[in-house]
Design a protein around this ligand. Structure first.
Ligand code: ADP
Ligand code: MG
Ligand code: ZN
Length: 477
């Protein structure tokens, strides 16, 4: 068996979160009854005229600016002609020779190695409808609600060499479009979907091998698995002395295989030509500068900053910056207490509560708990008012109620006992109740110290100041 290298390029379709469709005023709302968000334009009636949605142009340019692309101040919509039942016009309106953005790149980190992945182009296009193949019925339905929804397609260079690099690129892109707020990022609903082009070549060869295209793989995990399966399959094909056929393959997540769907149409089969119903899209230089100025801080820069702020490793910080909402929440709390302690509280108890309560960790605006409460809780532990264990135990209640930590601790009588005369009495009781252990300890069984500490903690329901308990026990024993 020979050694091979994989070559991967991704085509990512991003649904833009505009209120209306790309060329008509129909709403883009997901999950409506079939064919209710439809008009003569998006259902492809002959003679109906498209009018471009300026917000979609704005969003597409933001994606290009955030991915280091050159923005074409003049781009052209073109018809991509093909027949499909969910495309009643017989063509998709896309961009071909003059897309809105070109020549960008993204940086990814895999196993501590930083790498640039080129972005060939980003173009705008409208989405198709959906064919629904009803189970047990020998017929199919067409739902045009999605038809005309604005998309950008982001085409990468064939720069990735492993499934891990592909997933890192995809996550970076997902982070960018959700931070920009131009896409809801929902992969299950198809707002962010990926086709993966995969080929392999023997190590040392510099030309590319024949690629296959894996369609609509709908989660990060499936992208990883589909690419890995496809690399192994192509290796088997080449090892058997056969050739890889250029084709489109569908990934089956249940069986974890890819299967041939159709052999690949060549680009020229689409007979692209500029859409005569649409003027070129123009962007003035003032407008472009205005859009550039509104770019938020993006995940890569934020995670570098949070690493400096907290001293935590990239694996932790990546979780904090996963969504703009969670990163904002962390940052607001970290402004008022030790950033590293705040980060640990967010990464530990806070995300645990989100998970246990099925609460979206990306949407703190929906939580009862405010960032100030996390900062206050960190202070209560720092000042010795409560132990770290109690902070952890009460986190769930604080998260659910939004109560102020200091008030909650007072109300529940949870303040740590740091008054030595009060604790001394408890320590005396414990020693009196366990004479055998006391004798054993004095005889050299010093491991019993933790037993005594445990007894004092039990008697005080965890509220005793641990340092003080230790000191008192040492003194008395
Ligand atoms: P098409 O429009 O037919 O899908 P493109 O030329 O636009 O073809 O390429 C689509 C994607 O395929 C790009 O992301 C590109 O990086 C990738 N790609 C091109 N050649 C290869 C190859 N030999 N192996 C893997 N990926 C490739
Ligand atoms: Mg393609
Ligand atoms: Zn419409």
């Amino acid at each position: 068996m020979s050694a091979y290298e994989a070559i991967i390029g991704l085509e990512v379709h991003v649904q833009l979160a505009t209120a209306s469709k790309l060329f008509c005023s129909c709403p883009t709302t997901f999950g409506q009854p079939a064919n209710t968000n439809v008009c003569e334009v998006c259902s492809g009636m002959p003679g109906a005229l498209p009018v471009p949605n300026r917000q979609a142009v704005h969003y597409a340019a933001l994606v290009g600016l955030a991915t280091n692309c050159a923005i074409n101040r003049r781009s052209v919509f073109a018809r991509k002609n093909y027949f499909y039942p969910d495309l009643p016009a017989g063509y998709q309106i896309s961009q071909f020779e003059l897309p809105i953005c070109e020549h960008g790149f993204l940086e990814i980190d895999v196993d501590g190695v930083r790498k640039k992945i080129g972005i060939t182009r980003i173009h705008m296009e409208n989405d198709a409808g959906k064919n629904i193949h009803a189970q047990g019925e020998n017929l199919s339905y067409v739902d045009l609600n999605r038809a005309g929804t604005p998309l950008v397609e982001i085409v990468s260079e064939p720069d990735m060499r492993s499934s891990a690099e592909a997933v890192a690129y995809l996550k970076a892109l997902h982070g960018i479009v959700t931070y920009l707020g131009v896409c809801d990022g929902n992969m299950e609903e198809g707002s962010f979907r990926c086709d993966a082009n995969v080929s392999i070549r023997p190590l040392g060869v510099t030309t590319f091998g024949t690629r296959t295209e894996l369609k609509n793989v709908n989660s990060f995990r499936n992208v990883q698995r589909a690419i890995e399966y496809e690399i192994a399959r192509q290796q088997d094909v080449l090892d058997d002395g056969e050739s890889v056929i250029q084709e489109t393959r569908l990934y089956d997540a249940v069986k974890n295989i890819t299967a041939s769907m159709r052999s690949k149409e060549e680009a020229h089969d689409y007979r692209y030509f500029p859409d005569p119903d649409l003027l070129p899209v123009e962007i003035s230089s003032e407008e472009l500068e205005r859009w550039r100025a509104e770019l938020p801080e993006l995940p890569a820069s934020r995670s570098a900053r949070f690493m400096r702020l907290t001293g935590l490793p990239v694996s932790d910080v990546e979780i904090l910056v996963q969504s703009r909402g969670l990163a904002d929440f962390f940052e607001q709390a970290a402004a008022k207490a030790d950033p590293r302690k705040v980060a640990n509280m967010v990464l530990g108890p806070l995300l645990r509560e989100c998970n246990a309560r099925n609460v979206n960790p990306a949407k703190p605006e929906q939580w009862a708990m405010q960032p100030d409460a996390v900062a206050e809780l960190v202070h209560l532990v720092d000042e010795g008012m409560i132990s770290a264990k109690i902070a952890n135990d009460i986190f769930g209640d604080l998260f659910a109620t939004g109560d102020k930590p200091a008030e909650y601790v007072k109300k529940k009588g949870l303040a740590q006992i740091s008054d030595s005369s009060a604790l001394e009495a408890v320590v005396d009781d414990v020693l009196q109740a366990n004479p055998a252990e006391v004798t054993a300890y004095r005889g050299g069984k010093v491991k019993l110290m933790s037993f005594f500490v445990g007894q004092v903690m039990r008697a005080t329901r965890g509220k005793a100041n641990p340092a003080l308990v230790n000191a008192l026990l040492q003194k008395k024993l």
